[in-house]
Design a protein around this ligand. Structure first.
Ligand code: TSU
Length: 294
């Protein structure tokens, strides 16, 4: 199962075998044995590489969950014995990555330097599949609680402050009402249901119909640069991202007086996968710094 997960992650049987310190023929034989047991082909090998069959894809969903569960079980047993080791896998929104995470990680690693932390960018709902398949222990991301899928749980941390941002020479960079921005071209930083689409909600609340979205830029590294380079686009971003942007000189906050939605940042995890003690401690530090902000 571990091998199948690695084959998908690394894209080849050879790379998976190498990462498991096995020879390629040994790994191929193990997979053939599994295929015989399951009476179904899992992989198609060709000169171009390896792909998963329909059976393989179905089996991979179980394999991912079991591999992740087994990692958590080992980590939890070690941590309960007082050996603080293992891995925490998480995703964070940009506001968390720039705000609470650095302080929380500093405190956490002072106590538990042997626990590895894997951290990646991610927003709900795009991140939901990798929480669901067990790849991630949790994500720190805005969620509309009414919108949360039933196999996940969300615990609120704090509300993120959103600002509307344009390039300094955008003709409407000094606008004060949302209605003035009705004909603007918008760059969204996430699809609908994600926090990058708050402008859709804001327009609806103010009876303005839908904003004219001309670009979806899901990279928060590229977003400030893209908007700074043009006098055409408006976007929304967490205030902390604007404040820390290397393009801040070429950007400005549009001083809109209408109230904008404040996405509620939550800890999101599978409802049936409790956090390991180490993951709980890291979340505890994040909650600690979130409370200090209130
Ligand atoms: S954040 O999730 O709070 O970082 C966030 C991202 C994007 C937008 C608002 C808030 C537009």
């Amino acid at each position: 199962m571990q091998a199948l997960v690695l084959i998908e992650e690394l894209g080849s049987i050879r790379a998976a075998a190498q990462s498991m310190s096995l020879t390629q023929p040994a790994l191929t034989a193990a997979i053939q044995q599994l295929e015989a047991e399951l009476k179904a082909p899992l992989l198609v090998r060709s000169k171009k590489g390896v792909t998963f069959t329909h059976f393989g894809q179905a089996f991979l969903r179980h394999a991912k969950l079991m591999v992740a569960q087994s990692r958590r079980a080992h980590d939890e047993m070690a941590q309960l014995r007082g050996h603080w080791e293992g891995t925490i896998k998480m995703a964070v929104s940009p506001a968390i990555g720039l705000g609470l995470l650095p302080q929380a990680l500093k405190q956490f690693t002072l106590q538990h330097s042997e626990v590895k932390v894997h951290c990646r960018d991610g927003l709900y709902p795009s991140i939901a599949p990798v929480i669901r398949d067990g790849t991630l222990d949790f994500a720190l991301t805005p969620v509309h609680r009414v919108d949360l899928e039933s196999d996940l749980v969300a615990e609120p941390l704090y509300s993120s402050q959103v600002v509307i941002v344009s390039g300094v020479s955008h003709p409407l960079s000094r606008a004060v009402r949302l209605a003035q921005l009705q004909d603007c071209a918008w760059v969204l930083s996430s699809p609908s249901r994600g926090p990058g689409a708050v402008i859709e909600e804001a327009f609806q609340t103010h009876g303005l119909g839908m904003p004219r979205v001309t670009m979806l830029c899901e990279s928060f590294l590229a977003l400030p640069a893209v908007v700074a380079a043009s006098d055409q686009w408006m976007t929304t971003m967490p205030r902390i991202l604007f404040e820390n942007s290397p393009f801040k000189d070429q950007l400005c906050i549009v001083p809109i007086e209408d109230v904008l939605p404040s996405p509620l940042i939550c800890t999101v995890r599978r409802h049936d996968l409790p956090l390991t003690p180490a993951a709980m401690q890291l979340v505890g530090w994040i909650q600690h710094f979130a409370l200090k902000r209130l």
